[in-house]
Ligand binder design. Structure first.
Ligand code: CAA
Length: 260
């Protein structure tokens, strides 16, 4: 598969999508968003891949935002279309049934922070820098930032970050729950691949159902959410993975899951 703005690599059940526009600090233009969409669809359809990692090329940025040079001269309708395209790609990532991990290696701003927040969780290097600086450009976030940031860090902290446009470092991002871990830069990809490896060793039907249960449950009332969980839990008992997982436990051996 030929891409100009991203790199898609696959190894041992894990795909890594690297945003690769180093000169523009990996800023997201329309072409890059379209390529991310194509790559995510490819990973979704690939039966050999269970986890997707997203990172940025170079040693300075994950993604420094949506492409300001593109947005400079667009009109209201073009702005709306650009926002909808970004939202669509983020939502595709968020709702694909395979887990997605953001490996953040530097500036993670605006559309970049929105991309990271559409992933299931985020691991940052010590060089991670986070923020939604859009108000400093005279716009709101447009790829879901006003909606996902408060869901992740709470409304008070989200509003402060959104209204001030302040940039925070990786340890502050850790403190407010925007990232799960901060690791030395040179260890970032190994640490993230290690987590991905733990996930790929589990029963994939169950892993994917966990994603559905959390995503569905978080936006519905608790009674409906419990029904979603009960239904998914019940369906697990129709899978080979459940039979194998529990049999292996009783036989005191490691399970050999097939994802069926
Ligand atoms: N879009 C386009 N180009 C960008 C960019 C962006 N978001 N961020 C950085 N670049 C480009 C710079 O223009 C520069 O290009 P040139 O070398 O051709 O001049 C190159 O990347 C390197 O950037 P700097 O020289 O600025 O690097 P720095 O180390 O001095 O600063 C930075 C780094 C603090 C991240 C700074 O580049 C910056 O503030 N970038 C913009 C961050 C931002 O505002 N992001 C939000 C965008 S709006 C958005 O994302 C809307 C939305 O929600 C959809």
């Amino acid at each position: 598969m030929e891409f100009k703005n991203i790199i898609l690599e696959k190894e041992a059940g894990t795909a890594t999508l690297t945003i690769n526009r180093v000169k523009a600090l990996n800023a997201l233009n329309k072409d890059t968003l379209m390529e991310i969409k194509e790559a995510v669809e490819n990973v979704q359809d690939d039966k050999g891949i269970d986890v997707l990692i997203i990172t940025g090329a170079g040693n300075k940025a994950f993604v420094a935002g949506a492409d300001i040079s593109y947005m400079l001269n667009i009109n209201a309708m073009e702005g709306r279309e650009f926002g909808l395209l970004g939202q669509k790609v983020m939502r595709l990532l968020e709702t694909m049934d395979k887990p997605v991990i953001a490996a953040i290696n530097g500036f993670c701003l605006g559309g970049g922070c929105e991309l990271a927040m559409a992933c299931d969780f985020r691991i940052s290097s010590e060089k991670g820098k986070f923020g939604q600086p859009e108000v400093g450009l005279g716009v709101t976030p447009g790829f879901g930032g006003t909606q996902r940031l408060p869901r992740i860090v709470g409304t008070g902290m989200a509003k402060q970050l959104l209204y001030t446009g302040d940039m925070i470092d990786a340890y502050e991002a850790l403190r407010i729950g925007l990232v799960n871990y901060v690791v030395p830069s040179e260890n970032l990809m190994d640490e993230v691949k290690n987590i991905a490896g733990k996930i790929t060793a589990r029963g994939q039907v169950a892993v994917r159902f966990c994603k559905v249960a959390v995503n569905e449950g978080i936006q519905t009332d608790i009674d409906r959410a419990m029904t979603v969980e009960a239904d998914l839990f019940g369906i697990c008992f129709a899978t080979e993975d459940q039979k194998e997982g529990m049999k292996a436990f009783v036989e005191k051996r490691k399970p050999g899951f097939t994802g069926k």
